[in-house]
Design a protein around this ligand. Structure first.
Ligand SMILES: Nc1nc2c(ncn2[C@@H]2O[C@H](COP(=O)(O)OP(=O)(O)O)[C@@H](O)[C@H]2O)c(=O)[nH]1
Ligand SMILES: [Mg+2]
Length: 273
């Protein structure tokens, strides 16, 4: 899938191998072949790990640069992550409609294709920029930097970044955000935090959405919370239903308490494009 983080590369160290007794026959030629294959796999793996480290190091530098922009403008930035369909865009639509007279907002939308989500956000009247990643399965700091300059969000606003729907790769890429909010919905299965621990380890808040559907599923809210806390003891939770409106007040209170003041920075480190 992803052209940047390498998750589509067959050489990325993941091999699924059925081992049969035949492999262990003491044949000199077979042993030599295995040794060669293993050392080749090892050197490929080393190169992939190095490339991955380089990409992430470069991304972290850019994320730091983004943070300087955000802080200088007093903009509080939230990176919204989830599987596709958990309700990220729906949550934003309702939040913007309910709160935008009280708080200034801006949105960066991330998707592989289409401007569908940006259209939904634009209909609320909030400023929005869509990033289409093509085949890329996550946003990175460079994309957000470009979108930031395109959007130019109002000072002291809240900037939402809706990441590409994926609980894997977005976990690795710091965008410079102040808070990462992971959404799971009750139709996805209780064990999501255990299956995708990096995402929950790096998030400050976990929203459990579609609570209105709880009676139709076997989702166990207390167990999902316990799995999350096993990975990240500090994570906070809000249970809500975007469509029915349950729990939205708690989400709004969380948003309102986030700091939005300009932090003086060395202006020389800011760029204009
Ligand atoms: N029943 C129910 N459906 C919801 C809720 N929140 C979102 N949805 C639906 O879930 C689907 C996916 O929502 P969307 O916001 O596009 O998900 P995204 O891919 O995470 O942005 C849509 O059909 C929404 O109407 C909720 O609280 N309850
Ligand atoms: Mg969406």
């Amino acid at each position: 899938m992803c052209a940047t983080c390498g998750c589509d590369h067959s050489e990325n160290g993941i091999n699924i191998t059925r081992v049969s007794a035949e492999v262990f026959q003491p044949m000199a030629s077979r042993a030599g072949y295995l040794l060669q294959a293993n050392s080749h796999a090892h050197s490929v793996l080393q190169k992939v790990v190095q490339a991955e480290q380089d990409i992430l190091a470069r991304n972290n530098q850019l994320a730091q640069h983004n943070r300087i922009h955000f802080d200088a403008a007093g903009v509080f930035v939230i990176n919204l992550v989830s599987s596709p369909g958990s309700g990220k865009t729906a949550l934003l639509e309702r939040t913007l409609r309910d709160l935008q007279t009280a708080l200034p907002f801006a949105v960066i939308e991330g998707d592989l294709q289409t401007t569908n989500d940006a259209n939904r956000i634009a209909a609320t009247g909030a400023p929005v920029v869509q990033i289409n990643t093509g085949k890329g399965c996550h946003l990175d700091a460079d994309m957000v930097h470009r979108a930031w300059h395109e959007l130019n969000p109002p000072e002291r606003s809240i900037l939402f970044i809706e990441n590409v729907g994926n609980l894997v790769c977005p976990a690795m890429f710091d965008l410079g955000e102040h808070a990462r909010v992971a959404i799971i919905s009750v139709t996805e299965g209780t064990d999501k935090p255990l299956k995708y621990p990096d995402m929950f380890a790096s998030s400050q808040l976990c929203i459990i959405n579609k609570i209105d559907l709880l009676t139709y599923t076997d989702f166990d809210v207390q167990r999902a919370r316990a799995y999350c806390r096993q990975i990240n003891p500090m994570i906070e939770f809000i249970e809500l239903s975007v469509t029915k409106g349950f729990g939205m007040d708690e989400w709004y209170a969380w948003l309102k308490k986030q700091p939005r003041h300009s932090v003086t920075r060395d202006k020389l480190s800011l760029c204009t494009n």
